[in-house]
Ligand binder design. Structure first.
Ligand code: PGA
Length: 253
């Protein structure tokens, strides 16, 4: 059965002191997660170890890196490898966020390389996809997102694909306050699941968690997460507020 996930993406926000305070505030609520629910905190690289220590011992709470290098190791000044992330006991890595695709020219091949390194190390990738406003307005969003999926994921063995979490984040809804309607989110998630089923089979497609991202807030999470194919959210802005993010975690079905 697929997991229901509330994932915080802090992006490049908060000092370490502010981050610790935020995490402490969220964790003091001691929200109990059932076997099928997960809360994940994607914090900046320098805070991974502190965040990992804070959540250790809490059932179904995890820490994620927001990115990783597409190279294994070596002379890549400033880069952070999957091995480094794993050595902190961190379990998840976001890849392919639209901000990285746009600002750092990340290609589908580069994301496939990152994915291979993450999976080879036994970590869980959270693979982001999503279309721009232009593409949505031209009605080509389904083809666009299916291409993102096929170019970066279709080379995987089915047993490895099962470990991938997908986040659908329409770019026009990120940080804009403009959320996809529940129907738009559900329609795209069904399309993504069908795309995965076409290549990997129905069983694997049914078991993959597909998160929605883009202006998820405390007041829209229940409705979004109640859609049958929306398995939780990847949350930017609202994850920087303890009360908001606790409400979002509690909105998981
Ligand atoms: P947002 O960001 O919740 O601030 O729209 C989501 C994301 O980019 O992951």
């Amino acid at each position: 059965m697929r997991k229901k996930i509330a994932a915080a993406n802090w992006k490049m926000n908060l000092t370490v002191q502010e981050g610790e305070k935020l995490l402490d505030e969220i964790l003091k609520d001691k929200i109990v997660l059932n076997d099928n629910q997960q809360a994940i905190f994607a914090v900046p690289f320098p805070y991974l170890q502190i965040a990992q220590e804070k959540i250790s011992g809490m059932k179904n709470y995890f820490v994620a890196a927001q990115d990783c290098s597409d190279k294994k190791s070596g002379a890549y000044t400033g880069e952070v490898s999957v091995d480094m992330i794993a050595s902190l006991q961190v379990t998840h890595v976001i890849i392919g966020h639209s901000e990285r695709r746009a600002n750092f020219n990340e290609s589908s091949q580069m994301l496939a390389d990152k994915l291979n390194l993450i999976l080879a190390k036994g970590l869980t990738p959270i693979f982001c996809c999503g279309e721009s406003l232009d593409i949505r307005e031209s009605g080509k969003q389904n083809d666009f997102v299916a291409t993102q999926i096929s170019e970066s994921l279709f080379h995987l063995e089915p047993a490895l694909m099962e470990k991938v979490v997908i986040a659908y984040e329409p770019i026009w809804a990120i940080g804009t306050g403009k959320t996809a309607t529940t129907a738009e989110a559900q329609d795209m998630h069904v399309h993504l699941r069908n795309t995965l089923a076409g290549h990997f089979g129905d069983k694997i497609a049914a078991d993959i968690s597909i998160l929605y991202g883009g202006s998820v807030k405390g007041n829209n999470a229940v409705e979004l997460f109640s859609q049958p194919d929306v398995d939780g959210g990847l949350v930017g802005g609202a994850s920087l507020n303890a009360q908001e993010f606790c409400t979002i975690i509690k909105s998981l079905p």
